[in-house]
Design a binder for this molecule. Structure first.
Ligand code: KG4
Ligand code: ZN
Length: 333
């Protein structure tokens, strides 16, 4: 007779199809992730229709594999959780159909998890959360500073006014003929670069961010060099872009942490994998608890959805089979 509650969680909001089984003590019984990166790299970015089709091909295989690897059966699973939004609507839909089918067939309650709450709560696997806390969520679709009073109370205090930081990384990488996803490539290349090109620091008030000016200035720089017949030093552009982009993240986060007097700072999302950002954060935030997730929890996975789902469970926050996936969904809702 098993004693601990088990959640089967599914993530399919963008270009990873993932399933994990997590128990209430946050033991990960299994976690399977398949990425579509190689396919999207050929197109230079995620093509939504291609992503949906690949989720359709993968989802049953991934769910089955996660169950087999966990060593438990569907009888042992207590709840089904899945990412309800935000994300690509076609991709979200595939995870939703899979989760609802399991919930209906096996008669299990259903939990709809906000993707960014997954990126935040996964950090609990490393350290207990200390409220109030500040989360910097940085991914391909989001750049947000979220003030979190308790596990049910989220307030967006800053957000990007244009591009997300990961999106800017990907677009500037493309400009330099670096394959999608560009973030890790720029991260690596900038280590060989030096201070040479000047890019403008965005002037945005409060805790908000802006990255499109930086992206456009990078495009203009490349065009100007081309016109003048000068060679672009890619490592130096990677360096200039990264330093300017990360300085903005760091400065705004510093301001928010000081103003709100939080106990803990969490960084989450794909860009949290950035080696330079991690170093800068560690140097800057020595006096409060700082959690930087290991790389496997930075990019999308279903473990994070399972961990977050236990908070929904605590608040008896269930959804019905008629719940709709939402491509834009505020973390405050
Ligand atoms: O969270 P994620 O896997 O998917 C979204 O929810 O968007 O984040 C993907 C983003 C991409 O834009 C990718 O280029 C970026 O995270 N990324 C990085 C690094 N690794 C991934 N950006 C900068 N440096 C990295 N090392
Ligand atoms: Zn994500």
């Amino acid at each position: 007779m098993k004693e601990k509650k088990i959640i089967l969680a599914i993530e399919s909001s963008c270009d990873e199809t993932a399933c994990a089984l997590v128990d209430e003590d946050l033991n990960i019984l299994s976690s399977v992730v398949t990425s579509q990166i190689d396919v999207h790299a050929r197109f230079g970015g995620v093509i939504p229709e291609v992503a949906s089709r690949m989720h359709v091909e993968q989802i049953s295989i991934i769910v089955k594999e996660a169950i087999v690897r966990s060593g438990v059966t569907m009888d042992d699973v207590d709840y089904i959780a899945y990412t309800i939004g935000p994300g690509l609507i076609g991709s979200l839909h595939i995870g939703s159909v899979a989760a609802k089918t399991l919930a209906f067939f096996y008669n299990k309650p259903l939990i709809g998890v906000h993707h960014l709450k997954g990126h935040i709560f996964v950090n609990e696997l490393l350290q207990p959360l200390q409220f109030p806390l500040m989360a910097l969520v940085v991914s391909g679709g989001h750049t947000e500073l979220v003030y979190i009073e308790n596990d049910h109370d989220f307030k967006i205090i800053g957000t990007t006014l244009d591009d997300a930081v990961g999106e800017a990384y990907d677009k500037v990488a493309r400009l330099m003929d670096l394959q999608y996803p560009g973030g890790p490539k720029i991260d690596k290349l900038s280590a060989e670069g030096k201070e040479h090109y000047q890019l403008p620091i965005p002037k945005v008030g409060g805790y908000d961010f802006s990255f499109s000016g930086l992206k456009n200035a990078s495009i203009q720089l490349v065009k100007r060099l081309e016109r003048n017949g000068e060679e672009l030093n890619k490592a130096d552009l990677a360096y200039a872009f990264q330093e300017t982009a990360l300085k903005q993240l760091l400065n705004k986060t510093k301001l928010a942490v000081e103003d709100y007097g939080v106990k803990q700072l969490i960084v989450g999302g794909g860009v949290a994998a950035n080696s330079r950002l991690r170093t800068l954060m560690q140097e800057e935030f020595k006096d409060i608890s700082l959690i930087l997730p290991p790389l496997k929890y930075c990019t999308d996975n279903a473990t994070m959805i399972g961990v977050a789902a236990f908070h929904y469970l605590k608040h008896q926050d269930f959804i019905g089979l008629d719940a709709m996936s939402q491509s834009s969904l505020s973390i405050e809702s």
